[in-house]
Design a protein around this ligand. Structure first.
Ligand code: BGP
Length: 456
């Protein structure tokens, strides 16, 4: 059965500055938290490979963009590195301006639409040392950075994103030890989350004021929350709270301009009082997004909270669904229908706002095992993964969900946070030692898909 996607559908990949560019300390770039963390505690990193070189896009972007074209991309989402563009927070780095202008021109010339994100987990160290997102001043600095980016690149980019997965640095940095500051503190998490949202809204405001004809949005990692049992009230409550805290806490203010009343109630219950002004809430209310990007990898399965537990355990606990299909190479559940459930939620509860899949992909550890005699990685598992998700996405589009694109994570194997190169996600293989690029089998499959605009 072949399934057509809407005309002008965006087919491409997503990546980020800190995971792909490299040149971590070149031409004036200042340190972000990842450069800093690696310098201080390399042993925290699984393979002890720092973010200095990553995939070397900084040096290889011309050939990489040629490859993107060969794979059939008509769009590419990546991020600007804040510490490259404004290293000391004051002076614009002209070298960075010319690098990014060149990249965006090159993409446009090849008919690949750049979708440009401003923040992908890469807090400048100087701001991190002043409290990062806990410090209200960071929101002001972010809005200044955003204005500079709109002014310097606005003629080349017409689709902007403020944040990628803003909840991840909060969840992983304030309820876990996978991002800095690596503490467990719910109140601090809420304050940092609020300032992130404020920074987002201020950037949207600056964009709208700039008179730019393009669009601005946010990218959220939406994880549909499924209860252990849909007959048990306690399990249902658990799914409600997981959804409220991890999806709606950013989704509602970004799309609807207001926090859910239940989230305000939750904070009261937990004795969390935030510092904010009425004007902050007004800025959030008045600056809603034009489009939504959704990253989808896996669902969140939960069961009833433990009334005697601490922190979020009181509200929900993780649940291992016995029927779950697990990616043996990464350990994450693969649940294709999740993409459909998200699409329908957006259609029915978020005014069917235009949206696209901003990341979806399959990470595989030890992928060299799948190399054939010609040295090509036979990643049929990745093809199946994309194809199955796209099947559900297509069904949602047929049922009127307003989705206009699909971006696989990712174009070329890239560096990933504490896991570095452990899990490979690319359609293109990166040989770490030589920096050479080799298409995997999935690259050809993607090209056929994108060129025909049809899933067969
Ligand atoms: C998303 C991030 C990406 C990327 C991806 C894969 O959450 O936006 O930056 O890393 O996940 O995750 P990982 O590399 O941890 O397997």
């Amino acid at each position: 059965m072949s399934r057509n996607f809407p005309d002008q559908f965006l087919w491409g990949a997503a990546s980020s500055g800190p995971q792909m560019e490299g040149a971590g300390s070149l031409n004036g770039k200042a340190q972000n938290v990842w450069d800093y963390w690696f310098e201080k505690e390399p042993e925290t990193f699984y393979q002890q490979i720092g973010p200095e070189e990553t995939s070397g896009f900084y040096h290889h972007y011309k050939e990489d963009i040629v490859l993107m074209k060969e794979i059939g991309f008509n769009s590419f989402r990546t991020s600007i590195s804040w510490t490259r563009l404004i290293p000391d927070g004051l002076q614009v780095n002209e070298e960075a301006v010319s690098f990014y202008r060149d990249v965006f021109k090159e993409l446009n010339d090849k008919g690949i639409k750049p979708i440009i994100n401003l923040y992908h987990f890469d807090m400048p160290v100087r701001l991190h040392k002043q409290g990062g997102w806990e410090n209200r001043e960071t929101a002001e600095e972010f809005s200044r950075y955003a204005k500079i980016a709109f002014t310097r690149f606005g003629d080349l980019v017409d689709e902007w994103v403020t944040f990628n997965e803003p909840i991840v640095p909060i969840e992983m940095g304030y309820l876990n030890d996978k991002h800095l500051p690596a503490v467990y503190d719910l109140k601090r998490a809420f304050q940092a989350g609020f300032h992130t949202m404020l920074a987002h809204a201020k950037a949207v405001k600056a964009f709208k004021k700039s008179g730019h004809s393009g669009k601005i949005g946010i990218i959220l990692n939406l994880m549909p929350s499924y209860p252990r049992s849909s007959d048990e009230k306690n399990d249902q409550d658990a799914a409600f709270y997981a959804d409220l805290l991890f999806n709606r806490s950013f989704l509602d203010p970004a799309v609807k301009g207001a926090y859910p009343a239940e989230l305000v109630e939750f904070m009261k219950q937990e004795g969390i009082t935030l510092s904010f002004t009425g004007e902050d809430l007004e800025i959030i209310r008045a600056n809603k997004i034009d489009f939504l990007g959704v990253n989808y990898y896996q669902p969140r399965r939960v069961q009833a909270g433990d009334p005697l537990g601490s922190g979020l355990d009181k509200y929900f606990q993780p649940y291992q669904w016995p029927e779950a299909k697990i990616n043996p190479h990464r350990g994450w559940e693969i649940y294709e229908k999740g993409i459909y459930d998200i699409a329908i939620t957006i259609r029915d509860h978020y005014s069917n706002i235009p949206w696209f899949i901003a990341e979806n992909g399959m990470g595989v550890e030890g992928e060299e095992r799948f190399e054939d005699e010609k040295g090509i990685i036979q990643d049929d598992y990745r093809i199946d993964f994309m194809s199955d998700h796209l099947g559900w996405l297509h069904k949602a589009i047929e049922e009127r969900s307003n989705c206009y694109g699909y971006h696989v994570w990712t174009f070329i194997d890239n560096w990933s946070w504490l896991n570095e190169y452990k899990n490979r996600y690319g359609l293109v293989r990166l040989d770490l030692a030589s920096g050479k690029r080799y298409k995997k089998k999935s690259a050809d499959w993607f090209n056929a898909l994108a060129s025909s605009n049809q899933l067969t």
